[in-house]
Design a protein around this ligand. Structure first.
Ligand code: 26Q
Length: 840
């Protein structure tokens, strides 16, 4: 039976002892009336205080606890059902889960929104400040982490027996503040106040052996080699509510801990303080998320974190497998492990170690099981971003794993030599070990060789991965390579984030789109419907007002809702080309200065995003955007007409406010560099028009919406690659007056009067250094596309028509579609519905 057929047939299969399960777990319908006193009880008993003195934080906790109470039985029943069915499970291993807030999302997915509104009214509770009390769970850097969170939502909604495994960082992605235009980082102590969603499970701890110990030196954690130690992984579980509340899956995050009696010898020999210091050091392992940063690559502790995630998760899932199964050859029929990028690639040698050393399997059988169980997703083509770790660290921290990697490599290179006799160049390129002065383990090669599937995250990306980045490996294993274009959850990113638009959509086509986004296609027949244009434009206006109000109350910044809202929000990186956007604005600014009567739509340009703390140029780009904003604000000839805003501390919650309000989405990476992008999809389903390059998933978005409804510009990936040899930014400087004027202004300190020379590195990157990301090559075509958009905006019906066709074409970009493809094509996993018990 195909996985899809299995999925459908399972949905109707009666469970033999449903009744017993239901009795055991008191499985009534999930009820939440708001009048059952749950909330009041939590408010009083969890705080032991007079209600009058209770603030928004206490109210948030009481609300979250009530919701958790309500979903608890269903959560228990979900796990119980998987266990009982001995279903094949998916394990999604990721160093990052960028969850954002959970309260409003859980209310939405449990279908409690109406009741919550009613309670707000009846009890005169203002929900907004309560919601704002929940800190974003920022356990990720950006796209990769948010993708993992969207996938969890879809897996639960599709009723797949899936578990997410990650680390419980005490400090998530740093908080960004802007001082004098510069980014400053502050710690994100999100667990300072206990988190109401997590459930600690001390009895399910696992023990991990490491060949090193830990020491704190001047506040820095260091791995000390040659002194083996044990660490506990303590699981903290979080509920992942599928839409409709039928399935409640688990995200299990591991925290490092040591036993209190750690280093008992030291302790009893009198070094009481020393023993405890070591405990403190070991427990620091999961203290902080490493920023996506070239300097993190050189941090041994990041490698230990990666090992800790893998070792804890595999120990846990192997324990679960053994409870119900005795034959190891069935592991691939019971578990599909997806590696989110190379970060958890140590799963290859760790699973081999378990099968060889603990379970005493032969190499061939262990290898077959390992490959058939693991699958790998690649998220980047940048060669400098492909993970590699020094062999000497493996020797020091996990020598047994290195031994296994060497043996995998020996056998693998043997097969390469057999296939390509005499091709030693190829052998060197595909080897799991990079030779040289310092030898490194190539994690991507290890992941590809040790798994049965390697996928990219958009069609162009998967193609470039196969034919350029790891060409030689793809020639060895052509069948392993496949594409799974990313998607985002329509629950958080449309239903919850944009009540105005989702209301208008539901009014027009019903609400089946919430779990079947392809239904949005039906909107194409309304693309010329003036009534629906009106509904769309009103929804956009409502979202703008909502956003402007939120921004004003939270940051004090002002947005004029009568302007075009034009956004670029993402991590700051040269390849994403925030600088190109800034150059566009400088040119437009010049046009207005030279011709104050020029007709130009009024615009608000919004930027948001974090720069890696050690990425100096990215931080300078932020500074430039802020200075540009200041200069324009201070210029009375233009300030009514264009405005630039840099919003500090971009996070999931900010995106939820900003994306629905956006008219124009900028997706302007140098073609061939953005693996997929996912904010592009969120903007599209919220009715923004995209101005962008032919890169990542944007290409597929334009295909779905029709290129005539897209504003594509610039060099293609092929043109970028072909012109590398001869591209010269000076040509554009010399031959294009607008480009030259814009650059001259920057270099003449027009935007940095009090900080002369501060933007000198921009000259280096854009001109003298050769403009690696080809900003200047694309500036003119960007401005042309921009002009077309502005012209279109002056005709609201024509604008609405294109926006509606974009929404109608966005169905493909639901993570439900992506996950269905993973489930059927890679994991071979079907749904495992939880017995019905009256949940509507
Ligand atoms: C690696 C080693 C040490 C420390 C940090 C890292 C590290 C951490 C995070 C390396 C990379 C990342 C994140 C990468 C990422 O977010 N990639 C994005 O993934 C999205 C989801 O597939 C794509 O849409 C984006 O195009 C891609 O840039």
């Amino acid at each position: 039976m195909s996985a899809k057929a299995a999925m459908e047939s399972r949905a109707t299969t009666a469970h033999p002892d449903v009744a017993q399960l239901m009795r055991q777990y008191g499985c009534g319908p999930i009820q939440f009336t708001g009048n059952d006193g749950l909330y009041e009880r939590h408010l009083l008993f969890d705080n032991v205080q007079d209600e009058e003195r209770m603030g928004a934080r206490e109210r948030f906790e009481a609300a979250a606890r009530s919701i958790r109470d309500v979903l608890s039985q269903r959560w228990v029943l979900t796990e119980k059902t998987y266990e009982h069915e001995n279903a094949k499970r998916v394990y999604y291993l990721s160093m990052e889960f960028l969850l954002g807030r959970s309260l409003s999302n859980n209310i939405t997915n449990l279908l409690f929104s109406r009741i919550a509104e009613q309670i707000e009214k009846e009890k005169k509770i203002d929900f907004f400040p309560i919601q704002e009390e929940e800190p974003d769970a920022g356990l990720g850097n950006g796209g990769l982490g948010r993708l993992a969170a969207c996938f969890l939502d879809s897996m639960a909604t599709l009723q797949l027996p899936a578990t997410g495994y990650g680390l419980r960082y005490e400090y998530g992605i740093f908080r960004q503040v802007i001082e004098d235009g510069w980014q400053k980082e502050q710690p994100d102590n999100w667990l300072r106040i206990p988190d109401p969603w997590e459930v600690i499970r001390p009895h399910e701890r696992v023990e991990i052996k490491l060949n090193c110990s830990f020491e704190l030196h001047d506040g820095m954690l260091r791995a000390v080699t040659g002194r083996p130690s044990f660490l506990y992984g303590i699981p903290f579980d979080r509920p992942i509510v599928g839409y409709g509340g039928k399935t409640i899956n688990t995200l299990r995050l591991w925290a490092a801990a040591t036993a209190d009696y750690f280093d008992f010898q030291k302790f009893s020999s009198g070094d009481f303080v020393g023993a405890l210091t070591e405990t403190l050091a070991a427990e620091s392992l999961t203290r902080v998320l490493y920023p996506d940063d070239s300097t993190s690559m050189g941090k041994a502790l990041r490698l230990v974190q990666e090992y800790f995630l893998v070792a804890c998760s595999l120990a846990d899932l192997v324990r679960r497998f053994r409870r119900n199964n005795s034959d190891w050859s069935t592991l691939p029929d019971k578990a599909a492990i997806q590696l989110n990028d190379t970060h958890p690639t140590l799963a290859v040698p760790e699973l081999m170690r378990i099968l060889l050393d603990d379970e005493h399997l032969e190499w061939e059988q262990a290898w077959d099981i390992t490959q058939r169980t693991l699958a790998y997703t690649n998220h980047t083509l940048l060669p400098e971003a492909l993970e590699k770790w020094p062999v000497e660290w493996f020797e020091a921290i996990m020598p047994r794993h290195l031994e296994i990697i060497y043996e995998i490599n020996r056998r693998f290179l043997g097969s390469v030599r057999e296939r390509f006799p005499g091709d030693e160049g190829r052998v060197g390129r595909v080897s799991l070990i990079e030779e040289g002065l310092k030898r490194n383990v190539r994690m991507a090669n290890l992941a590809i060789v040790g798994s049965h599937s390697t996928n990219g995250v958009a069609a162009i990306h998967s193609e470039l991965l196969r034919t350029v980045t790891v060409k030689d490996l793809a020639e060895m294993y052509p069948d392993r390579f496949n594409n799974k274009t990313n998607g985002v959850t329509p629950r958080r990113w449309l239903l919850l984030a944009n009540p105005a638009l989702s209301g208008a959509i539901t009014e027009a086509i019903g609400d089946a789109w919430i779990t079947d986004l392809s239904q949005l296609k039906k909107l194409s027949s309304l693309a010329d419907d003036k009534g629906f244009h009106k509904a769309f434009l009103k929804a956009k206006r409502d979202a703008k007002v909502q956003f402007a109000t939120w921004l004003k109350t939270t940051t004090g910044q002002i947005v004029d809702c009568d302007t075009i809202i034009d956004c670029q929000v993402k991590r700051i990186h040269e390849y994403k080309r925030q600088l190109l956007n800034a150059l566009r604005i400088v040119v437009l600014y010049n046009r207005l200065r030279e011709n104050p009567n020029l007709e130009m739509a009024h615009r608000t340009f919004i930027f948001a995003g974090k720069a890696a703390p050690a990425y100096r140029l990215a931080k300078l780009i932020i500074k430039f955007i802020n200075n540009l904003a200041g200069t324009i604000d201070g210029d009375p000839t233009v300030r009514e007409r264009i405005k630039v805003l840099f919003l500090p501390e971009y996070c999931v919650s900010m995106a939820e406010h900003l994306i629905p309000a956006t008219d124009i989405s900028n997706q302007i990476s140098t073609a061939g560099y953005e693996a997929s992008g996912t904010s592009n999809m969120k903007f599209m389903m919220n009715g923004a028009l995209t101005i962008g390059t032919r890169d990542g998933a944007t290409i597929e978005m334009a295909e779905e919406a029709g290129e005539e409804n897209f504003f594509l510009f610039g060099l293609t990936a092929e043109q970028v690659a072909d012109s590398r040899g001869w591209y010269n930014p000076w040509w554009h400087y010399q031959n294009d007056p607008e480009t030259r004027a814009a650059l001259n202004m920057i270099f003449s300190d027009y935007f940095s009067r009090n900080e002369p020379g501060v933007f000198e590195p921009l000259r280096e990157t854009l001109l003298t250094g050769g403009d690696h990301y080809m900003h200047l090559a694309d500036l003119n075509s960007y401005l042309d596309a921009d002009q077309q958009l502005c012209t279109l905006y002056s005709n609201p019906d024509a604008w609405a028509r294109k926006a509606i066709l974009n929404i109608a074409g966005s169905g493909k970009f639901s993570s439900d579609r992506t996950i269905t493809d993973y489930a059927t094509e890679i994991w071979k996993v079907g749904s495992c519905p939880i017995p019905e018990c009256g949940v509507k």
